[in-house]
Design a protein around this ligand. Structure first.
Ligand SMILES: C[S@@+](CC[C@H](N)C(=O)[O-])C[C@H]1O[C@@H](n2cnc3c(N)ncnc32)[C@H](O)[C@@H]1O
Length: 284
């Protein structure tokens, strides 16, 4: 895994992080996976990687998520990025789900940490995790098999998934939007809207945009190319623009943000009339 030595992360944080990371466990995980078989099975050969993804270093790692090293180090590092406790944070997001979904899609599922918890929360649901990195999907698949959970994994782009319109009850994305350019985040929410049936729910877990706006120094240390634009925008506004209603957002432990919305019934012609148009129509 080539790592840039000049990043703030590599100079200051990585040495501290290494003190807390169980490197033996990371090596054990690395050695217990057949990477070639996993990646061959989970790679869509027709997929072309968007440049905003493949040409960027995430967390100071060259090649971003398209390396074995990024995939094996993801869980050991992420446990410290979601204080006070990774499982509590992910569970708090899952607790915001209002219905009992029978078909769930987790976009940018990474190593599947939220995806596995969704399957545990809704054991009878068909659960699918989608990601652009076959390395992350290989770990996700390994974790699901270890936990005896039946989850499907798809190699694909969250902004154009190729799944049928109206075919999901719940679409989720955890920790995805701070890593995608704003235009892509908006397109992903449009895709969520297309994928959901009427009354279906969208659920986003990410960093608190309000808190991130006040901690620019933090965003620079973590080497996230799009996080500053993410911080200066609003997931609620993006959801509203995509057509979602009942959009609600709350912070969890100050630094995490959970945002939920519902796909409404299609608006009828008369509902789209303005008051003036409606009274003119009534008089006529
Ligand atoms: C920070 S990780 C989050 C992983 C996981 N959801 C979690 O909560 O730990 C971001 C993930 O999104 C994936 N990703 C980034 N852009 C994507 C896109 N446009 N479509 C699908 N996956 C994407 C990356 O490969 C990576 O696995």
């Amino acid at each position: 895994m080539p790592v840039r030595k000049d990043t703030l992360f590599e100079q200051y944080l990585a040495p501290i992080a290494r003190l807390f990371i169980d490197e033996k466990e990371m090596k054990r995980l690395h050695d217990s996976i057949d990477w070639k078989a996993g990646c061959d099975r989970l790679t869509d050969p027709n997929l072309s990687y968007p440049s905003y993804y493949k040409d960027q270093n995430f967390h100071g790692i060259e090649g971003g998520y398209l390396t074995i090293g990024a995939a094996t180090s993801y869980d050991p590092i992420t446990q410290y990025a979601l204080p006070p406790n990774e499982t509590w944070v992910r569970q708090a997001a899952i607790d915001a789900i209002q219905g009992v979904p029978s078909r769930i899609l987790d976009l940018g599922c990474g190593t599947g940490s939220t995806t596995l918890m969704l399957k545990q929360a809704f054991p009878t649901a068909e659960v699918i995790g989608l990601d652009l990195s076959p390395y992350m999907l290989t770990i996700a698949d390994y974790k699901a098999k270890q936990a005896n959970l039946d989850i499907q994994w798809r190699h694909g782009k969250a902004e154009s998934t190729n799944f049928a319109e109206g075919s999901f009850d719940l679409v989720t994305a955890s920790l995805l939007f701070h890593e995608t350019p704003t235009q892509i985040s908006k397109r992903i929410l449009q895709e969520c809207f297309r994928l959901l049936r009427t009354g279906g729910e969208v659920l986003i877990l990410d960093g608190s945009q309000k808190t991130l706006r006040q901690t620019e120094w933090l965003t620079q240390i973590f080497e996230e190319p799009y996080i500053q634009d993410f911080a200066n925008d609003s997931i609620e506004a993006w959801m509203g623009a995509a057509g979602f209603e009942a959009v609600q957002s709350h912070d969890f432990w100050l630094i995490h943000q959970i945002t939920h919305g519902v796909k409404p019934l299609p608006h009828t012609e008369s509902e789209n009339f303005s008051d003036v148009e409606q009274s003119a129509w009534a008089i006529a």
